[in-house]
Design a protein. Structure first.
Length: 494
């Protein structure tokens, strides 16, 4: 029986699209230890996981059978693998950049899975792994130590070696990296994206331990690469493409082979034709045609909302950033593309320099959006709405372009870009009709999410969760400091 769709911080479903089809959930290969944990006993197969955890038997029993993406709980994952195999994948990555798979035993909230696929996760990431103890991910997966594998970004794939093995109708779990201690910024950003009406990935706060070592507080989220996630998320059949971190949205001709280093197809029948046609149009259509016909290729309302949300969550590594972080979903019925948000761990001003980036704003110096210090968003001139060029002092004049970017009201690039050279975002915002859609979406979402207090309620929920259930993994001072820094962006102007 499938688990019910989990709710957000307000008890509302965060799965916006209707479920396309029903499917019987595949059963894990190991039994859930409900009776054993309820009696306070341990089985041999769960001994390593339980010994490594600071959870009491009562807490563990609460997790068993719970929805993994229930955000009222801090969940538990333990991973056990052969140390020699671990060293081999570190050395392989150091030598070639390949992220090889190893087999592991993974226990998720008391359910044990054998022969699980495990590999390092990230693009242009983990520099230094195998050579020293520091791993740095320029694409946003943060920094970690290879001497402490519980701190590394991982991809857990349950069906890598065992066909149809899944947990709660999911085969893949992404253990995120973050340069903050709490990962509040990404958890909150993901939930706000869902509240905006866009597709989002659910996330869970997790105690993660590896090979009986210390636990670390991690954020684990759904994988867009997961076929089951796509089946449940999108109403119609389609194809999901992932943009490579080293690629772009350029048109390279009609040969699919020429796109190998800029996009990877993740789901659907092998077919790059819709992607190539889309890239051809956004790169080569003249301005008049682009304005008149973009709606035949792209869900323009959804993209305007996407740009608005990336701006409101101050994500410095989105479609327009160095990591080129995005997916494209092609709907086979509507024949439209939709940009799916991905990689939000640099949201709310976080940087690869660490948690001190939180609250710094795009301009740095502890500023809130708009370049003004303090906990309030800047007041706007009469008649102006968030996103208007010139809406705050120092903003670039309307239509100004620097290095291919369209500046936003915050003095950055609307959409959170650091490089500002994504052709779709640039042309969309340079068009008066489409930029007006983005401005309207920004104003509407500012009112519905920020001015209403809903965004602050989401932050408060996650902060309270970690304070009450993970205080042994993060200090109260560190948690409150990171929460307060995010709140700078969420407080309505007086």
């Amino acid at each position: 029986m499938r688990q019910p769709t989990p709710t957000d911080s307000f008890g509302r479903s965060i799965r916006t699209p209707a479920v396309a089809r029903s499917r019987a959930a595949a059963k894990p290969i190991a039994a859930v230890l409900v009776g054993i944990l309820a009696l306070g006993g341990l089985s041999a197969c769960a001994a390593t996981a339980t010994d490594a955890s600071s959870l009491s038997a009562a807490q563990a029993a609460t997790l068993v059978g719970s929805d993994f993406y229930d955000t009222s709980l801090v969940h538990s994952i333990t991973i056990d693998f052969d140390e020699d195999e671990y060293q081999e994948i570190l050395e392989a990555y150091s030598a070639t950049g390949d992220k090889d798979w190893i087999s592991a035993t993974v226990t998720i909230d008391g359910t044990v899975f054998e022969e699980v696929g495990l590999r390092l996760k990230g693009n242009s990431s983990l520099r230094g792994v195998g050579n020293d103890t520091t791993a740095t991910d320029e694409s946003g997966d943060g920094s970690a130590s290879s001497d402490e594998p519980e701190t590394l970004p991982w991809l857990i794939r349950l069906d890598k070696y065992v066909d149809d093995q899944s947990y709660e109708d999911r085969t893949e779990f992404v253990v995120r990296g973050n340069t903050t201690q709490s990962s509040l910024n990404e958890a909150v950003a993901l939930e706000l994206i869902g509240l905006s009406g866009l597709v989002t990935e659910r996330s869970a706060a997790v105690r993660l331990s590896v090979n009986g070592g210390d636990e670390a507080l991690r954020l684990v989220m759904e994988s867009i690469d997961d076929d089951l996630w796509n089946d449940d998320t999108f109403v119609n059949d389609g194809i999901t493409y992932k943009a490579d971190s080293t690629g772009d949205y350029s048109y390279r001709g009609a040969d699919p082979a020429d796109y190998d280093d800029i996009f990877n197809q993740k789901t659907g029948d092998d077919d790059l034709t819709p992607l190539i046609s889309f890239l051809d149009f956004i790169n080569n259509a003249d301005d008049a045609t682009f304005s008149a016909e973009l709606g035949d290729y792209l869900d323009v309302d959804a993209f305007a909302t996407y740009l608005a949300m990336e701006d409101l969550t101050v994500n410095n590594d989105d479609i327009d950033g160095r990591g080129n972080n995005s997916y494209l979903r092609y709907d086979s019925v509507t024949e439209l593309m939709t940009v799916v948000a991905w990689d939000a761990n640099l949201s709310f001003g976080a940087t690869n320099g660490g948690a001190e980036g939180l609250g710094a704003g795009r301009g740095g110096g502890g500023q809130a959006p708009g370049g003004q210090a303090g906990g309030d968003r800047p007041a706007l001139p009469d008649g102006a709405v968030p996103g208007d060029a010139g809406a705050v002092p120092g903003a670039a004049p309307e239509g100004a372009v620097a290095d291919g970017a369209v500046p936003d009201a915050a003095g950055g690039q609307l959409g959170g870009g650091m490089d500002g050279n994504n052709i779709l975002a640039t042309r969309f915002l340079a068009d008066s009709t489409f930029s007006a859609l983005t401005e309207s979406a920004t104003a509407t979402l500012t009112t519905s999410l920020y001015d209403s207090g809903d965004a602050q309620a989401v932050l408060d929920h996650w902060t309270t969760l970690l304070d009450e259930q993970a205080s042994d993994l993060i200090s109260t001072d560190a948690l409150q400091s990171e929460s307060d820094a995010i709140a700078v962006y969420l407080t309505a102007a007086d």
